[in-house]
Design a protein around this ligand. Structure first.
Ligand SMILES: Nc1ncnc2c1ncn2[C@@H]1O[C@H](COP(=O)(O)OP(=O)(O)OP(=O)(O)O)[C@@H](O)[C@H]1O
Ligand SMILES: [Mg+2]
Length: 346
């Protein structure tokens, strides 16, 4: 991942599947308008306090310690030799709005526990880890959801809401510096592990594929706030959720790599008012991959042809993240984009 504020375009290479629409940089007016926009977002209460940020960091640190202890204890219980018990490891990754750096105060943290091949989902994750958490005084509202499409342990840790997924890799030992972006990580993984890894892999890719992370974050915060205010932020209701808004904004950042957030917001409305759906929004080309996992491909998969507003995730296996959109929700969003565009043109 690039350092916040620094660009991903160190060598000036293009990010995205087409040339940018414009390479124009900001005028003095744009600099002023962007700082006004930042102040507006601050005043709207979208940023968490320093104290809350530190608390979240601590919670994540504690969670990482807990899964490490869990990996050792189940390895010992399974009778692994002492060396393997010593080396046994698990690791916490974050994804979603927290990892993207656009979460508000009180938002939950999407986390993923990556464990070794002998740590099973049913017995060890939903069994032993669940039991360990249930005995901790910091943990409350513990709800396992093992039968979901993406199985999850939901709980609060020191008041912070956590969604914890599990990925069981084919490795005996999980290295501390494990890179889950390589496709080889998916080899021999069960379907639930592939789905659980997807969120982290997608988030990492988004951060790699935008030209300037800080500008992306501010613009995304603004669009998320706008979408909530306009009633079009909801995956389950057939509108768009966090991941979809992030991908739409990331594509605008690629198309205007030198623009500041005030310009990016108005370009967002301009581009998506003119977009000819169902042409897909994509941050990179869709890779076939060598593992034979199903990818979004309307030529091959008849059901993909019915997607009205395809917004494709950028990590293998690429999928459409907005399959819930219907003709009526698409029309409502289009009207909202037009309204936004009209306001920005004034
Ligand atoms: N429909 C989907 N397709 C692909 N990935 C998804 C989808 N829904 C969720 N995810 C993955 O799970 C992550 C967390 O989803 P979530 O709905 O919590 O969004 P978020 O970006 O964290 O926003 P919020 O602040 O609303 O929680 C997303 O960032 C994405 O990686
Ligand atoms: Mg989330």
């Amino acid at each position: 991942m690039g350092t916040p504020g620094l660009g991903n375009r160190g060598s000036g290479q293009r990010l995205g599947i087409t040339e940018p629409i414009s390479l124009s940089g900001p005028t003095e007016y744009d600099v002023i308008k962007t700082s006004e926009l930042e102040k507006f977002l601050q005043d709207a209460g979208l940023y968490e306090s320093q104290e809350d940020a530190v608390n979240r960091e601590e919670v994540l640190g504690r969670l990482d310690q807990i899964v490490k202890k869990w990996a050792k204890s189940i390895s010992r219980a399974k009778g692994l030799n002492e060396q393997l018990v010593q080396e046994a490891n698990a690791k916490i990754f974050t994804f979603g709005s927290y990892r993207l750096g656009v979460h508000g105060p009180g938002a939950d943290i999407d986390t993923l526990c990556v464990g070794p091949r002998h740590a099973t989902r049913e017995e060890d994750f939903f069994g032993e880890l669940h039991r360990m958490l249930s005995e901790m005084s910091e943990v409350s509202e513990l709800h396992p959801v093992p039968d979901a499409h993406v199985p999850v342990l939901k709980f609060k840790f020191s008041g912070v809401s956590i969604d914890l997924l599990y990925a069981k890799l084919s490795l005996w030992v999980i290295p501390e510096d494990l890179d889950i972006s390589q496709d080889s990580i998916l080899q021999n993984a069960d379907d639930q592990t592939v789905r659980s890894l997807n969120g982290c892999r997608v988030t990492d890719q988004i951060l790699r594929l935008v030209p300037n992370i800080q500008n992306f974050r501010t613009t995304l915060r603004c669009m998320r706030f706008w979408a909530k205010r306009r009633g079009v932020y909801s995956n389950v209701a057939g509108f768009l959720g966090g991941i979809n808004w992030a991908l739409l904004v990331a594509r605008i950042c690629q198309l205007y790599p030198n623009a500041l957030p005030n310009m990016l917001v108005s370009r967002f409305f301009m581009v998506y008012t003119q977009w000819r759906w169902p042409n897909p929004v994509m941050l990179c080309n869709i890779e076939e991959g060598s593992l034979g996992l199903q990818i979004w491909d309307p030529r091959r998969n008849p059901k993909d042809r019915y997607h009205l507003m395809p917004i494709i995730t950028p990590a293998y296996p690429c999928m459409n993240s907005s399959y819930n959109v219907s003709a009526s929700t698409l029309r409502i969003m289009f009207e909202e984009f037009q309204r936004g565009n009209d306001i920005c043109e004034v």
